[in-house]
Every structure is written in C-alpha cells, then in structure tokens.
Design a binder for this molecule. Structure first.
Ligand code: CA
Length: 375
C-alpha cells in the first residue's frame, strides 16, 4: 500500500456580489485542492489556504518526497515535508501546501481504517460543534449600516448564537456599524469584531475602549501580525479578549504569540498552519498557556470538515461539568465552492453543526462541478 498520485486542482468562482474588507476587495474566490491517491485507488482530499497558484506550485515541490510513502505514516510524512521546506520557508505558503497534503492524508487514513478523522485525532468530546457566523463584509451601495444590521438579524434567525463582523474602515464608522448590529441582534447573541490587522496601536485601543460597551466577545487581528509587542500591550489595556493567528504558522509561530502573552484566543487555519497534524500540536501548546483555540476557517467543505473534526476533539478549558462549547468559524459569505463543490452541505441547527460520522473527513468532491469550475 503506497501513495501513487498527488493531483492539484485550482477552482475558481466569480462572485455575484463582490465584497470588501479592510485590506482589499473580492470579486472571485480561488482555492487549490489536492487529491492524494493510493495504488489501490483509495483517495483523500485536502485544501491549502493562500494564493492558489503558489499553493499548487509548492505542492508540486513537495510531491516527490511523499509519493511512494505508506499513507498510514502521517506524522513521518509530515516531518519529511517539514524538513524539506524549512530552509526555504519557515512560514507561509509552503507550509499551507504541506497542510493541504497532510489533511488529505488524514482523510485517507480514516478511509483505510474505516474511522472518522475525529476518532483518529483521539476521540470526540462532542458530536456536534458550536459554530459562529462569519459575514458582515462591506459592499458598495447605499445604507451599508442598515444592510449589516439586516444580515446580522438573518444569522440570528438561522439559529447562530455567535456572529463575527468586519471592522477596519475607521473607528467612527466601525462603531456605528457595531452599534447597529448589536441593536439588531439583542444582548443574548455573542458578537465579535475582526479588523484584519487594519489598525495602528492607538486606533485599535480607541476602538476597543469604545466597543467595550457593546459586549464584544473577542477582537480579532486588531494589529499587524508582526506587532507582537502591540498585541501584548493592547491586551493589557482592554477588557475585550484579543484573538489572532490566522497569519501564523506551525507550533513555533504560535509559541511566539503565546510566550509574549499577545492573545487570549489562538486562531490557526488548519489549511495553512501545518494541517491537522500540527494544529493538534498547537492545541496542546495553547492549553499549556491556558489560551483558547478557535480555528480560522475559510474555503470549501474540506476545510470546514477538518475544522469540525478537530474542534470536536478539543477539551474545554479548564473543564467542568457544564462547560462552554468551543467554537469554529463558519463563513457565510457567498461561496459556491463551499455550497456546490463539496458534499454534504453542512447545516446549522440551534447554532451547532453535526460532526461527520463517515470514514475520513466525511466530505467528497462533486467531480462534474469540479470540471466546471477548474481553471
Ligand atoms: Ca479574520
């Protein structure tokens, strides 16, 4: 039994309604998927987070070191890929490509052993995962504030008990949006804000200070991911928990965030930070610092399923009879690569999504649609 083939697929969707956030605008979604196939035809799917064309090229670089390996030796293969990439890219897209292959290997191993990935990760603590809605992006047109409030209300009606909104247009505008959204959803739903590292230290502090009145559950990426001292300082100055880490890679990157006491919540992306193998280690690392882990998640159903399996295995901190449920990000913005390319389409009930019980990740790719959207 050995790995025979590794194929990459770049898929693209033109958005019907372009949107923007603090850094740039989106009118297309592009993702690189990877399919790893054994000599007996068994296959697994993975996905990398980052510029798809670079993810694809990096997978091509890693491929020869993986082909011919025994697919059950997931950590051995991880270590080989890591050693081969370390000298050139201690962080970044090469790690995302390693992550994509690693996720496909977990999917494969689950299929070979006829077990869901959550069991291979050590066993479920829960069979459904609490998710928060990510949306509330900016779009052109009138009445943005009202439209954001309406969108937030829609998520509340869909059963979400936690919602994350974008900030980063400027403190005054952001506060008006936060106020409108909080009023629209009432006091019982958790509200989080994400600036995608839009702010200077003084702006981030000003927004945090003013936003405290609106009961914000966390402030994500308030500052540049390079500004570790700024994170540490902001965290001392506000009562809002600080979250970050979607631009961080590997245990060593997260160690930096944690040792410097930069964040309350670490947010590794499983498709970027080192795959399921490494994010499981990051979860252990975070626990030793008593920090929460809420994975960043953006992409197709493959990325989301990987998140469901991982979060289903996280221990609540510090642990008690009735514990708060760990969260997973669930992107709700327009995304046919999530809704049509992969099955099943995950549905939300009372703010929770069931963890797949099929062998492997429990998601498959619609090959007809794949050919339609492949570039
Ligand atoms: Ca984010």
């Amino acid at each position: 039994m050995q790995i025979q083939q590794i194929e990459t697929f770049i898929v693209q969707q033109k958005l019907e309604t372009p949107f923007y956030f603090s850094q740039w605008d989106y009118d297309t979604r592009t993702v690189c998927l990877v399919k790893v196939t054994l000599d007996d035809g068994t296959y697994g799917w993975g996905e990398g987070y980052g510029p798809a064309i670079v993810v694809q090229a990096s997978i091509e670089f890693l491929k020869p070191f993986v082909i011919g390996s025994n697919p059950l030796h997931v950590e051995t293969i991880w270590q080989t890929m890591h050693r081969r990439s370390l000298d050139f890219a201690r962080r970044g897209v090469l790690v995302a490509s390693l992550s994509a292959i690693d996720i496909a290997l977990w999917d494969l191993r689950g299929k070979l052993l006829n077990q869901p990935v959550s069991v291979l990760l050590g066993g479920q603590r829960r069979d459904r995962v609490r998710v928060y809605a990510t949306g509330l992006y900016f779009s052109e047109g009138d009445n943005l504030t009202e439209r954001l409030a309406d969108e937030a209300k829609l998520y509340a009606e869909q059963g979400f008990t936690a919602i994350k909104m974008k900030v980063g247009l400027g403190v005054k505008k952001d506060l008006a949006h936060i106020r409108a959204v909080r009023e629209a959803i009432g006091d019982d739903i958790q509200l989080m804000i994400d600036s995608n590292h839009a702010f200077s230290r003084s702006e981030a502090y000003e927004l945090a200070r003013e936003a405290e009145a609106f009961n914000i559950s966390f402030f994500e990426e308030p500052l540049s991911p390079e500004d570790y001292e700024g994170y540490h300082e902001l965290r001392q100055r506000t009562t809002i928990p600080i979250a970050g880490g979607e631009c961080e890679y590997l245990c060593d990157g997260f160690r930096h965030l944690l040792v410097d006491a930069c964040v309350d919540i670490v947010q590794p992306d499983i498709c970027a930070a080192g795959g399921l193998t490494e994010v499981k280690r990051i979860a252990t690392l975070a626990r030793t610092f008593h920090a929460e882990l809420i994975p960043h998640c953006w992409g197709t159903g493959i990325a989301f399923a990987a998140g469901l399996h991982l979060v289903s295995t996280l221990d609540a901190l510090p642990g008690r009879l009735y514990t708060p449920e760990p969260l997973l990000e669930m992107d709700r913005s327009e995304n046919l690569l999530r809704d049509k390319l992969t099955q099943p389409v995950f549905s939300v009930n009372d703010g929770f999504v069931d963890v797949p019980t099929e062998a492997g990740l429990g998601v498959d790719v619609d090959l007809d649609y794949l050919e339609e959207v492949r570039i």
